[in-house]
Design a protein around this ligand. Sequence first.
Ligand code: KG4
Ligand code: ZN
Length: 342
Amino acid sequence: MSTEKIYILAIESSCDDTSAAILCNNKVLSNVVTTQEIHRQYGGVVPELASRAHQQNIVPVVHQALAKANIDKKQLSAIAFTRGPGLMGSLLVGTSFAKSMALGLNIPLIEVNHMEAHILAHFIDDEEMVAPSFPFLAMTISGGHTQIVKVNDYFDMEVLGETLDDAVGEAFDKSAKLMGLPYPGGPLVDKHAKNGNPHTFKFPKPKVEGLNFSFSGLKTSILYFLQRETKENPNFVEENIDDFCASVQYTILEILMGKLELAAEQTGIKQVAIGGGVAANSGIRARLTEAQEKLGWKTYIPKFQYCTDNAGMIGIVGYLKFKEGLFTNQSIAAKARYAIGS
Ligand code: KG4
Ligand code: ZN
């Protein structure tokens, strides 16, 4: 076995987190994430502001990642970066930075699909995580994505289903906004749901065939429901927030688990992994753990810092591609729409 040490600098800038990580082979030595607070006051991500904040953050974040890992840039073997999917103005910052630095250091450049990275994060060598074996099902759930993917090998993935409109994180955030909670509301819904009764209020589940998802109808039914209730009782939200959050979360989890069960049934695969920011939700974690007993699944949930957007997950893909010699050249451009396997 080769004992060569590969040092990868990874850069993630697809949405509103500027992140840089250093990996030594499949181990993360540092993983620095700067979350842009500016978007809070607007109740969602403002693309132009995100791009400007990435420009301000990228140099200090890369410096910090190198310093924390105690690595000099001359030791780097390659630079990996998120090429897409994401916001174009944001992707451009990370892409240009990675290209210039790789050119300056005369080392290989590796492009990474952000969605593949959410899945391959499971292969980071960490004592608190166990890597799934192939084939497995991966459900990526975050503010920008909702997909069920059949993972045959590191770079052989098939999207079985995805959202036709809003992502599941948006469903959490938009429901929270309707209740007057600040952005991002997902973690707050989770917190209130812990004290509420999930069967107090009923919301219709979308009728979408197969393994695709839809969340825009749920948002509309919550809006109408709240309009009706607050007309009769202006304090409705304040008085019912825990039960309301529990009921909204229950509906979302029923949709996610229903599709996952269908995917497991259709493929016969019982190894199930999740990733993305919503994988931090305590309800989905509990439901997956329950499914191990009830359905005989083996489930994989990454550590929280590898669920939300981070460069560590970009770095593991960088390492896996490095081993295969899958490099890219300086003519590469960012790609806002970038399907898995394309
Ligand atoms: O992966 P991520 O950091 O960024 C994107 O790629 O979007 O995911 C952010 C999303 C937000 O919608 C946020 O509300 C949601 O993940 N989220 C949660 C929880 N923690 C983060 N949703 C529900 N429960 C949570 N505990
Ligand atoms: Zn993401």
